[in-house]
Structures are given as C-alpha cells and as structure tokens.
Ligand binder design. Structure first.
Ligand SMILES: [Zn+2]
Length: 252
C-alpha cells in the first residue's frame, strides 16, 4: 500500500478523490458519539416524566400531611376544651350545693346569680368542645379522603413508574453497548487525531467534524486558504475552522 503522503505527492489529483482512511475511521467514531449523545438526551428526557409523577403524588401527600397536622392541633384544643368543661361542671356542682344551703333570701339571691353564671360557663365550654369536636370529625373525613386519593394516585402511577424504569434500564444498557462499540471504533484512529477531536467534541457536545465544501467550511461557509486545503487533502490532517471552531477534513 502506498503511503498516503507519498501518494499525495505522486498523484495529487487521485488523492483528492478519496477520503483519508484516518478520517473515515474518525467519522465512524463521530457517528458512535452522536449515537451516545442521542441516548444521553433520551435518558435526560426521563427526568421530567418522573417529575410530573412526583408532583402529582406530592400534591396529595402534602395536603394529607397538612390535614394530619391540623387534626393534631384540633385534638389538642378539644382536650383543653373538655378540661375546661370539667372544671366548670365542678364549679356548677359547688354553686348548686351553695344554693341549696342558703339560710337567708339575700344569700339566696347571690347564690342564684352564682349558679346561673356557672351554668352559662358550663354551656359555653360544652358548646366550644362540641364545636372543636365537629372540626376534628371534619378533618378526619378529609384525611380518609386524602388517604384514598393518595392510594389511587399511587395505584395509577405503578404502571407509569415501571414503564419509566424499564425505559431507563433499556437506555442504560444501550448506552453501555454504545460506549463499548465506540471504544473499539476509536482504536482505528491515530491517538493525536482522536485527542484533538475529543477536545473539540467535549466543548461542542454535537457534530464536530465537517467536510470542506468546495473551498469553504461546510458548517459556516468560511473560506479556507488554498494552501491549507492542499495540506488537508494530502495528509488527511484536520484543520480547525477559524469561523466556527469545528474540525474540517478534505472530503473530495
Ligand atoms: Zn466553520
């Protein structure tokens, strides 16, 4: 096999007809890399799908948590209200006894006033306790409702989550295969060329190597000087486009 550089010197017209084998190998690597980028994009697209599920579940679970906290607070208030009722009932019994043991009309009037006042206090604290009890009952219904909603959401999401998980596993497997294949493809490319390519590719994270089109970069149309084009065609070397920073090769 004639060395490419030698052939370029001997048959400049012929050398322009074929692509340098190193470039062909590099394009195969680029093809693999673009496949890996596409897989990475697919993997990244799973995140918003999962986020939607999480958000839907969180909406119910947050409401449930809030209802549970509110219930605890109302239950504490109910205990206090019942304690007050108990205290007022004891006061009422005492007033009752006082009223029954009066010995003069004047004492009777005072005791009656006291009795009526404690009765009102008992009534008030009972009303308060029953009002709080009503709120507790309401909240307990709400909790039962939300628990059911949460169970429904979770049941509905089982399929979506397992499909998401299956997608992730499948993509990760493809990714691992694609990376192995890429390593093998890259073996055919000279190290220094691969190094240059990887450096530019890491920055671009997309197509990195472009052919010359006529006398210009096919990515941005910047004209490439004749001398550089000749060198690229002869040696199969890559040249960075000064216009857009991609790596250029001589395609024909
Ligand atoms: Zn360019």
């Amino acid at each position: 096999m004639i060395h490419e550089a030698l052939r370029a010197t001997l048959f400049p017209a012929l050398s322009r007809m074929v692509m340098h084998p190193d470039v062909t190998s590099l394009l195969a690597v680029q093809h693999d890399d673009l496949g890996i980028y596409a897989l990475e994009a697919r993997l990244a697209s799973l995140a918003p799908r999962l986020a939607i599920l999480e958000k839907e579940r969180a909406k119910v679970s947050v409401a449930l948590e809030r209802a549970r906290k509110a219930t605890e607070a109302e239950e504490a208030r109910h205990r206090e209200a019942r304690g007050r009722t108990e205290t007022h009932r004891q006061l009422l019994e005492r007033s009752q006894r006082q009223y029954e043991s009066v010995t003069s009309p004047r004492e009777a009037t005072a005791a009656l006033t006291q009795l009526e006042q404690t009765k009102r206090m008992v009534d008030e604290s009972e009303r308060d306790a029953s009002h709080v009890q009503g709120r507790v009952n309401e909240l307990r219904h709400q909790i039962a409702d939300l628990e059911k909603q949460l169970a429904d959401v979770e049941a509905r999401q089982v399929e979506a989550r397992s499909s998401l998980d299956a997608d992730r596993v499948a993509i990760e497997r493809e990714m691992s295969d694609a990376r192995t294949k890429r390593e093998r493809t890259a073996d055919a490319v000279p190290r220094s060329m691969l190094h240059t390519y990887d450096r530019v590719r890491t920055r671009r994270r997309s197509e990195t190597v472009f052919p010359l089109r006529a006398q210009s970069c096919s990515a941005c149309d910047t004209a490439i000087p004749t001398q550089r084009r000749a060198a690229m065609a002869a040696s199969g070397s890559l040249e960075m486009c000064e216009g857009c920073g991609v790596l250029l090769y001589a395609a024909e």
